[in-house]
Write a protein that binds this ligand. Sequence first.
Ligand code: NDP
Length: 644
Amino acid sequence: KVNQNTNKKTARNFWGERAMNTTVHNFDPQALALKYQEERDKRIRADGNDQYQEVTGDFAYFVEDPYIESILERDAIEEEVEVVIIGGGFGGMLAAVRLHEAGFEDFRIIEKGGDFGGTWYWNRYPGASCDIESYVYLPLLEKTGFVPQQKYTNASETLDYCNIIAEKYRLHERSMLQTLVTSTDWDEDLGRWMVSTNRQDRIKARYVVHSNGPLNRPKLPAIRGINDFTGHTFHTSRWDYSYTGGDAQGGLSGLADKRVAIIGTGATAVQCVPHVGAAAQQLYVFQRTPSSIDVRNNQATDPNWMNTQAPGWQNERRRNFESIMTGAPVKEDLVADGWTEAFRLLFGSLRDKAPSKWRMAMWAITGVASKQLYQQGLKTYLTNKATQYMNLAEEMELADYQKMEQVRARADQVVEDPDTAEALKPYYRQFCKRPCFHDEYLPTFNLPNVTLVNTDGKGVDLITKDGIVFDGKEYAVDCIIFATGFEVGTDYSRRAGYQINGVDGLSISDKWADGLSTFHGMHVRGFPNAFFFGPAQSGFTATYTYSLDEQSVHLAHIMEGLKQRGAQRIEASEAAEQKWVQTIIEKARLTADFQEKCTPGYYNNEGQVNTQPQNNTYGGGPIEFFSLMEKWRDKGDLSGLELR
Ligand code: NDP
């Protein structure tokens, strides 16, 4: 490690202040840049998303519902409703709540799971928890009066909360659970969607809300021999407690005499590994890329604090959180946790003095910036300050190195075996992958029954009938748990599990064959009266429920607008859709540089960044997107939408 005193020359930012923490570094930035590039390059694969396989055919059992007590028996339903909402997760529930508040009561929610909850219905693995603060993450807290027990809620409490919402808004009586939509077909003559299900239901609906979840379809790596394994296997999103024993809090007594392999070390594995490590006779964790593991420090909620908050506090809090995350200026950091810490500490002194520049600085560190942004920014803000501004980009990079050095140092401090500690260190910028916050994951590797099998970016070689092979060594196991995440970037209808056929039978797969095309992420030309919820071409937040809530408000606004005008058909205009796609492409350029340099993962389309720039979220960040939508709503003319 080199003491980089020479960096003093870049320690002043472009408006003459000394940026914090950048005077002296106990690391060599050039060496780290090289190391990051090497780590990235060795992980880039030509097959990108195709390295994964669909959970169909022999693998269909991976998506069966292990949580229902019995299969619901019922007759097929034929009916007509005003709105069908597909998906009973937070998105679907919020859509229902906002429609109800706007006076629309004639809706049906169709959900494939046995109950409401979406992500939280499926992901009940031991340790499952949300690392976004619960007061920010759980929507509608002011309406339900619910007080989460801790700063970071766990999966069981979140699922209970989903039920509280469902009960409060009487959603169960308007739901069709354990029901899989198989297709939605537009009938132009009737002006209705025909929604078909696996239970032979035929529901006619004037409007359909597609809220089927961006991370809903489990994926498996296409590892040679994966079919040959004769032991037990399951995916983390369908945890088999009948095999492991215990529950989401742990206590996996069924594993006491079992040798277990976990493949994958993303945010899910980080949460379940400590429980499996504590219970299994032997645990092998097969790692391709280590996660960044920062401090979590969960705390009990002070109910008095919650009770004394002024009306509107939750919206203010989540806006404050996302503002910090995406660079908009704020007076104080209300959440004050690991997510906000990096930004608060490194740039706090700059923030209040120069909000617009602070915002750009924040973009830079979150990766929502690039040289192009600096160049654009230069035109707008600092045409004569080019050199200093590029120095700022360097400062951001240095700050990121420094943060990640802390994260890497933590591995050394906590993990006793130096080789294992080294293998657990992430070498990429913090927001290249979902950062993790956990206090028990790293210590698990000190247990005598837990082995990290570091595949150094390669992934496992082979699965045999008895276990897993890497580097010529076979690890015999009784059970393989796939913590390999979810499909992102594959065909929409494949992930949704149903096809959407619009005007003249055009399918959404065909419409989007060469890339996404929407208006505001929500409307699609050729698919009238359909509303799409999700991050695509929309404002993506770390607090995903915040985006969903904003989308539900937007939906209700449009539905009210239609009612007021007596309109019954709505469709994005050709021009508005094209313009929005162009906006997304333009804004995607802001992130492309950063994403290019990142280690592959679903955040950067497995390293294939520029193939379809229109398949991005809104590159200006969520707060900018929400403001844009608010302005659009305030205009009140539903511009860009054709009404009949
Ligand atoms: P991820 O996609 O993040 O992780 C999948 C893991 O599987 C990665 O470590 C990946 O390695 C690994 N992998 C894939 N193929 C192979 C292979 N052939 N051999 C070995 N390893 C392989 O999925 P997760 O379920 O962990 O997380 C998905 C998302 O869910 C998160 O990003 C987050 O948004 C959300 N989440 C949030 C949580 C929270 O709030 N705390 C908790 C859990 C999930 P590689 O990195 O090399 O691709």
